[in-house]
Design a protein around this ligand. Structure first.
Ligand SMILES: O=C(O)c1ccccc1NCC(=O)[C@H](O)[C@H](O)COP(=O)(O)O
Length: 463
């Protein structure tokens, strides 16, 4: 197989422009690192765009970036040490990461002299080499002795195990395979599970709010974006906001949903209107992911005592409490006592109150008109009815389902779903479906046969 890394290293020459002495103090990384890049071309994209490096840096800083990654490799990335020197001279108080294919002590010394605060060490450059670990450790120790921080980059479990032997302080998981250039979005999420007590940066392939939101939700300590923000400057604030919002929503519900929907691309099924433990356990056994209890005016209304007796017995599934504004305080209490994982809110309610106390929630919108659809992280769209918020058996029109799919981040729909129409609904490849009366014998009591048939249909579709 063609080995681009080998070619980069073979062609690499040390530039002659660097100062012999550092003039600015070395800065230490912040708690959360928002790293954006100065990169003129790349082997995967070729020339990216003509831009002024200082203007681009300024744009980053104005938007809240706290570390600038400067590609200094010349042959494949069109970079130069001069770029880093210029940026550090103009912005001495901003963290600068030198991104290059560093393999020698001379490289480390130069990085220090030109003003880098952080240097990138790519594990795949050392892992196959004889004494590779020893060599990488020497470079890391040397850089740290000079006060710099090493961002140790990995792209596989094998590289992670190798890198952990270096006792890194900062790990970067690159979603891009440096040999094939392919992005594997889920890879950093998978590897992060094995990393404890080390700061981890998600690198590459971050293109929008949703990408960075999910990275924040999973507790990464930073993001590193290159091509996407150089190609389109509008993405800079969008991606930073996504990351910060995600960091503020690191709850069990979002983690569950992003894992299922975003990473595993699995359908999430919520069965709602449960009023007894037997039905709840049965729908879980058959395949429900989320169980829903209603605390609102409804034929299926449950009370706080019910939650205490039932919800605590459900260990591995998500528990949603469906409320209208009158029940907000009870929902908060239930969440604080670990009786529920998320609140589904209908009608008008005090969103600020929920945000302030950091309760996971999502809105349910009874959809009458396309204009009600607003792009969000997660909204459940239900059929409209004059008299009640849900459980009516009424369905959304095909036109409305198509419109949600077009406009929203995820397709989460409810309204009149049952074992007979589920195949038609599944053709839209929804991310989440929610149903209640379609599985009932009478309001509040599920029909075992309908439940069995319904989940049989879902499984048939999954195959
Ligand atoms: O189901 C109710 O009685 C209800 C009452 C008040 C607010 C919300 C309610 N249900 C919300 C749900 O999430 C239902 O699952 C959803 O409306 C779908 O119901 P269905 O059409 O019966 O499948």
């Amino acid at each position: 197989m063609y080995d681009i890394l080998k070619e980069i290293i073979d062609k690499r020459q040390i530039e002659n422009v660097y100062p012999q002495k550092r003039t600015v103090p070395v800065l230490k990384p912040k708690n959360n690192l928002v790293i954006m890049e100065i990169k003129k071309s790349s082997p995967s994209k070729g020339k990216i765009k003509n831009f002024n490096i200082l203007e681009q840096t300024n744009l980053y800083i104005e938007n809240g970036v706290n570390c600038i990654s400067v590609l200094t490799e010349k042959n494949f990335f069109g970079g130069s040490l001069n770029d880093l020197i210029k940026i550090k001279n103009k912005y001495p108080n901003i963290l600068v990461l030198r991104k290059d294919f560093l393999t020698s002590k001379k490289d480390i010394e130069i990085s220090y002299n030109v003003g880098a605060d952080i240097i990138l060490l790519i594990t795949s450059l050392f892992i196959k080499e004889k004494n590779g670990l020893k060599k990488m450790k020497e470079l890391k120790d040397y850089a740290e002795k000079l006060g710099m921080t090493c961002l140790i980059e990995i792209h596989s479990k094998k590289e992670l195990n190798f890198a952990l032997k270096l006792e890194p302080k900062l790990l970067g998981i690159n979603s891009r395979d440096l040999n094939t250039f392919k992005i594997k979005k889920e890879l950093p999420f998978e590897l992060k599970k094995y990393i404890k007590k080390i700061k981890v940066i998600y690198e590459s392939g971050i293109n929008n709010y949703l990408d960075s939101f999910s990275i924040g939700v999973f507790g990464f300590n930073g993001i590193l974006c290159g091509t996407s923000v150089i190609e389109n400057k509008k993405r800079i604030p969008e991606i930073i906001k996504g990351f910060n919002d995600g960091k503020n929503n690191q709850n069990k519900f979002y983690k569950y949903m992003f894992n299922k929907i975003y990473l595993k691309k699995e359908l999430v099924v919520k069965v709602c209107g449960l009023t007894n433990l037997k039905d709840t356990e049965f729908v879980i056994k058959k395949g429900a992911n989320i169980v829903g209890f209603i605390m609102a005016k409804s034929l299926r209304q449950v009370n706080y005592e019910f939650l205490k007796n039932t919800a605590l017995k459900i260990k591995n599934n998500m528990r949603a409490l469906v409320i209208t504004k009158e029940y907000l305080d009870q929902a908060i209490k239930a969440y604080n006592e670990n009786l529920i994982d998320v609140v589904q809110v209908h009608g008008e309610f005090n969103e600020n109150k929920l945000k302030k106390i950091k309760i996971p929630y999502y809105k349910a919108v009874n959809l009458k008109d396309k204009l009600q659809i607003k792009k969000s992280i997660f909204t459940l769209y239900d059929a409209f009815s004059e008299n009640t918020y849900g459980g009516t058996g009424k369905t959304l029109s095909n036109e409305l389902i198509k419109a949600i799919k077009e406009k929203e981040s995820f397709l989460a729909i409810a309204g009149g779903i049952n074992e007979k129409n589920i195949q038609k609904i599944l053709k839209y490849t929804p991310n989440m479906i929610d149903l209640s009366s379609g599985l009932e014998k009478v309001p509040g009591k599920k029909d075992k046969e309908k439940v069995e048939k319904f989940f049989y249909e879902v499984k048939k579709w999954k195959k």
